[in-house]
Design a protein around this ligand. Structure first.
Ligand code: BMA
Length: 316
């Protein structure tokens, strides 16, 4: 079919996309999308958001030796709603991000805990992706898209998150010395308003990538159309010492819904990431497509950095 939108995206799609669909899940489910991603014991590990056939989500581990093919998916979830012990996830556990902190030797998982009180941010930790310890809510509703930096900054843990204030949805940062109590809040990246691709709302995506130029973040931006939202992915560069400071922000998106599996699904026109794995200079970007399946795209860090550095400086 002849392409009609977005002449060129910087991210190149993997030819075998989508890499995981609901037909790969070894139990009954409705959809699989928005996966956390990390390298674990020489394997590519995804923590899949699986939506069951009641509409609730849980998180299930998948592993592959090359990050592209032969995904082995667990038969039962790692993280699932346990409303009798934790009421704030009675409607589901969604959109996980995985951060390894070498100093603690723990893999931390931030995810959306959804309940009658609205979407909130929960934290869990694991050493082996077999047993997980839920650490409870760290931000009350409405908040989503929380992602922990992979190292402490000036002696404190740092986290991007996305509180909702009426119809305002910006990316914020907070700091903590124990991962439970978060403060020193500051706005990082704002929804731009106007006609822009990231005008309606923004939210952090994958774990920030440390580069000599700054923290590279891949975030989603939403444009509201008469037919509904379009979710796209773009990048920004945050100061290494003070990540509340935006050094550069890409004026254009880097990946937008173009393929049929991104355009049509349970929610049309969505590319949404919760995880990327970096191998040397290459980013493996795992993304949920149309809230229905998981796809993979590649870009070089250098290439994104040069776009950011040569592009227009747009603070905040
Ligand atoms: C966001 C999140 C994501 C979802 C996206 C598009 O608000 O809830 O889980 O992929 O909307 O529907």
């Amino acid at each position: 079919m002849k392409k009609v939108f977005a002449k060129k995206d910087i991210f190149t799609r993997y030819s075998g996309n989508p890499i995981i669909t609901v037909y790969d899940i070894p139990y009954s489910a409705n959809a699989v999308f928005n996966a956390g991603a990390i390298k674990y014991k020489n394997e590519y590990l995804l923590l899949l958001r699986v939506e069951d056939r009641q509409g609730k989500s849980h998180l299930t581990v998948a592993r592959s030796s090359d990050g592209k093919t032969n995904w082995k998916i667990e038969k039962s979830p790692l993280i699932y709603p346990q409303p009798t012990v934790f009421i704030y996830e009675e409607f589901g556990c969604e959109d996980p991000r995985i951060t390894y902190i070498p100093e603690d030797d723990y893999y931390y998982i931030t995810y959306t805990a959804y309940s009658r009180y609205g979407p909130a941010v929960a934290l869990a930790r694991t050493k082996n992706f077999k047993k997980v310890e839920k650490m409870g809510l760290i931000y009350p509703p409405n908040n989503k898209d929380a992602v922990l930096f992979p190292e402490k900054i000036n002696g404190r843990y740092a986290m991007l998150h996305r509180p909702v204030a009426g119809d305002i949805e910006h990316i914020w940062i907070a700091y903590s010395s124990d991962l439970i109590h978060w403060g020193n809040h500051e706005v990082v990246l704002v929804e731009k308003g106007g006609p822009w691709w990231d005008g309606f709302k923004v939210g952090a995506g994958a774990v920030p990538i440390k580069t000599p130029e700054g923290w590279l973040i891949i975030y989603h931006g939403v444009k509201m159309m008469p037919s509904g939202p379009i979710y796209r992915l773009g990048a920004a560069l945050l100061d290494l010492e003070n990540p509340a400071k935006v050094k550069k922000r890409c004026p254009e998106w880097l990946l937008s819904p173009q393929e049929v599996y991104e355009r049509i699904g349970d929610v049309n026109n969505v590319v949404f990431t919760c995880g990327a794995i970096v191998e040397d200079n290459q980013i493996y970007l795992y993304y949920g497509a149309a809230d229905s399946c998981i796809a993979l795209a590649f870009a070089k860090i250098d290439q994104i950095l040069s776009i950011l550095i040569e592009g227009d400086l747009q603070v905040k």
